[in-house]
Design a protein around this ligand. Structure first.
Ligand code: PMT
Length: 411
């Protein structure tokens, strides 16, 4: 996992060197970006020596000689290769830039160019921290999903006492781990995930399918594997690469998906069904290409097996989550599906909403639980949706396991 660590200009900048070490000891590869202000407090050489990598200091190359096209677009390259952007210490200035979308140096430009999760650890004078402008900026960042590590209270470099000290290294490390869902809380679980569309052949050249790209299901599979689960991914045709550490079974039709899931399901403890399985398929598959014949053509369709419903019917103590693609009456339809399919959790997406559903990199989902609760999530990347769904599954499974055994009354 690669972290890009932004260091900005505050007295606490010297603490960043220690933090780099700690992150490395935790298994992260760290690349450092320094602002001009940071360089007043600590030299790039310190971080270069610690990381063994070039420290990025300027948007257009660190020196005149380096000012070339490569350095001009380096923020894009860094944005693409980073798994998380951490800024520690983060000054009032960089926080304001992030909040307002100002991109006038490498770090603020990187923030806009990156889709990776962001952790910010502020450090500043107590009055600056408490100022309404700062708190407004912090609220804005939190709203966007930035993990802001609350500064500690204590003696500040300016001689004042109050909130504004850079949070402890362990707290920052914990925030990084939490943001990356680096915890291995699915260790011991075997998770079966379905993803992608199915293709139902009409003749050798034509088929019925849908717009599923597989991104949602693959994100779930990848997140589950990162959290320590053994993952089996049953996938319809997609253009996606198999995430590392996952056993992938490729299928084409609903019937093949049914067969593969039936075979694998017994060995699983959790099933997450994100595939967009065809509800109907052509009743007859023509051996030869259907010829054009002047008039209209009627194609008879027959229902496919509802794989999720069949698996959930006798689920025992397995945890089963389904997805639902809706275009209207989302809540009503979701609750109906949750009950009819005997699910523990249903993740509903209104596929007509902006940035939601098929083929997008983002999704907007609501979670519906067996006990009647629901939880609406804002628009977020599919990787983040996957993590939030897994958070709930881990929580619910934990709650089930720790339920006290029924007490027997002895008469
Ligand atoms: O793949 P992406 O481009 O990232 O898009 C993501 C998605 C929109 C496909 C995904 O978020 C999603 O909503 N998946 C479920 C799509 C769907 O088939 O919804 P449904 O409401 O028709 O089905 C409900 C559930 O039953 C689903 O878990 C589905 O996998 C399952 N099902 C449906 C029919 C069938 N024959 N067998 C099934 O198992």
């Amino acid at each position: 996992m690669r972290i890009t660590m932004g260091v900005t200009g505050g007295v606490a900048a010297y603490k960043a060197a220690e933090l780099v070490r700690l992150l490395q000891q935790d298994g992260f590869t760290v690349e450092v970006v320094m602002t001009r202000g940071a360089r007043e407090f600590i030299t790039p050489l310190t971080f270069a020596a610690l990381t063994g990598q070039k420290v990025i200091t300027d948007l257009f190359g660190n020196t005149e000689n380096e000012a070339n096209l490569e350095s001009a677009i380096e923020h894009i390259a860094v944005a693409q290769r980073t798994d998380l952007l951490l800024v520690a210490p983060a000054t009032a200035d960089v926080i304001a830039k992030f909040a307002r979308g100002i991109a006038d140096d490498f770090l603020s430009t990187l923030y806009l160019a990156s889709t990776a999760p962001v952790v910010v650890a502020p450090a500043m004078n107590v009055n600056m921290w408490n100022h309404p402008a700062m708190q407004e900026n912090i609220a804005k960042l939190r709203e966007r999903g930035v993990n802001v590590v609350q500064p500690n209270e204590g003696y500040l470099a300016c001689g004042m006492v109050g909130a504004g000290r850079l949070a402890g290294h362990q707290e920052i490390l914990a925030a990084v781990r939490e943001t990356l869902h680096w915890n291995r809380d699915l260790t011991g679980e075997t998770v079966l995930v379905t993803a992608g569309p199915t293709c139902e052949d009409l003749d050798p050249v034509r088929y019925l399918t849908n717009r599923s790209s597989g991104k949602m299901g693959y994100a779930v599979a990848q997140a589950a594997a990162r959290r320590g689960a053994k993952v089996i991914l049953v996938s319809g045709p997609t253009a996606l690469e198999t995430p590392p550490g996952i056993r992938r079974i490729d299928v084409r039709t609903a019937e093949q998906m049914h067969e593969a899931v039936t075979k694998e399901f017994a060995g699983c403890s959790i099933g997450i069904f994100a595939a967009a399985v065809a509800d109907y398929r052509p009743a007859r598959k023509h051996a030869d290409k259907i010829k054009k014949s002047g008039g209209s053509l009627t194609v008879q369709l027959e229902p496919t097996v509802d794989i999720l419903q069949e698996m959930a019917r006798a689920k025992g103590d397995k945890f089963i989550a389904g997805f639902a693609a809706e275009t209207a009456d989302v809540e009503q339809n979701a609750r109906k599906k949750l009950a009819a399919k005997n699910l523990d959790l249903l993740v509903a997406n209104d596929v007509t909403a902006e940035g939601a559903g098929f083929d997008h990199d983002t999704n907007v989902v609501s979670l519906y639980f067996r006990d009647g609760r629901d939880m609406a999530l804002p628009k977020m990347g599919k990787a983040e949706v996957a993590q939030r769904v897994l958070d709930e599954i881990v929580r619910l499974r934990g709650a089930l396991r720790t339920k006290p055994a029924k007490r027997l009354s002895v008469v």
